[in-house]
Design a protein around this ligand. Structure first.
Ligand code: SF4
Length: 106
């Protein structure tokens, strides 16, 4: 993927049409521009015991960062393509990504 591919967009509320972007080599160059690059990964991945309000607050904070991210589309495409099972990617949590995949399959 190049820096000026069709995935190179600003954040959008319509992520339902994001293509899958499988990669066996990990995130691409877009990662260099990620809004979360210098953030603590714990904001984006829940601890084993985390439930309820604490999880909801952390998730909301992570999604707020994603909402400012210039590579939100690339990130979600990567997560969908690689079936990332955990964490917030492209502004969506695990359940939201799974729903998106199910909608496309059906
Ligand atoms: S969309 Fe969110 S998780 Fe993905 S790179 Fe941007 S800030 Fe990080």
């Amino acid at each position: 993927m190049t820096a000026h591919s069709t995935l190179d967009r600003t954040p959008t509320s319509d992520l339902s049409a994001v293509p899958y972007e499988p990669s066996a080599e990990g995130p691409g160059e877009w990662w260099q521009r990620a809004a979360c690059r210098d953030r603590n990964a714990e904001l984006f991945f829940h601890a084993d015991h985390e439930r309820g309000p604490s999880r909801a607050v952390r998730t909301a904070k992570a999604k707020a960062v994603c909402g400012t991210c210039p590579v939100i589309v690339q990130c979600l495409a990567y997560a969908l393509g690689n079936r990332e099972p955990y964490g917030i990617w492209g502004g969506l949590d695990e359940q939201e990504r799974a729903r998106l995949v199910r909608r496309r399959v059906s």
